[in-house]
Design a binder for this molecule. Sequence first.
Ligand code: PAF
Length: 282
Amino acid sequence: MRIIRDIRDMQSASRAAKAQGSTICFVPTMGALHEGHLSLVRYARTQGTLVVVSIFVNPLQFGPTEDFNQYPRTLEADCAKLEAEGVEIVFAPSPAQMYPEGAKTVVYVEGLSEKLDGLSRPGHFKGVSTVVAKLFNIVKPDYAIFGQKDAAQVAVLRRMVRDLNMDLELIVSPTVREADGLALSSRNVYLTPEQRCQALVLHRALLKVEAEAKSGETSAEKLRSIALSVLASEPAAKLDYLEIVNPDTLEPVEDTSKGALVAVAAAFGATRLIDNVLLPKL
Ligand code: PAF
């Protein structure tokens, strides 16, 4: 496995691989890899002859009061995990390489970037779309894989790929959960054992909505109040949002029969967690 830190080296490795007929499958990450990331990597393995994983904690997507400095950085352990998965290339640039002085260009998906997490994390999605566009230009993937857990991120990036005619296919892989239902997240390491237990309310609320939807309830308002009442049963959960939206536009829906995304974000202590479930078309 090659660890590439230089942008030009990564670009020439991709160019050479493509010249030899390789299909590049790319998994962008911020490191602190867990089973959720590894499931994306395993999926990538089935899609591409060359699997590239980037590890870059992107300063542009963190707000001034967010956890950029504390965000877990575990490059050595991450590389060991990726090597065991048979990954060919890890791209791990420095912030100075990615954002040299004088960098002025951003990619901004208007409208979508202010919804869900974008509302409570101003500038977050502009940071995400900018770094992902740069990574796509550097890695030149045929396929790029993202986790369903970040559903709003998926909607923003899908739109970016479509609007800017990026020549790649975006693939979304299901959320991986602990046995008790907690969605895997690099931020779970911040939780105390008590908060970890409290955080299970997110999955409980989503399961309840899913069950009600399966038994025929299609009113988004009713489903939302069902979810809110489950969330209220855990007073430690500080709710940020619970929305039922169109998964592509992130606009609220009134009726879920054409399919909908139920997305939730809440803080447990200082740790903000997100989760979601997709309700299928009836
Ligand atoms: O989902 C993430 O880990 C990040 O938002 C991403 C896509 C790697 C961009 O920094």
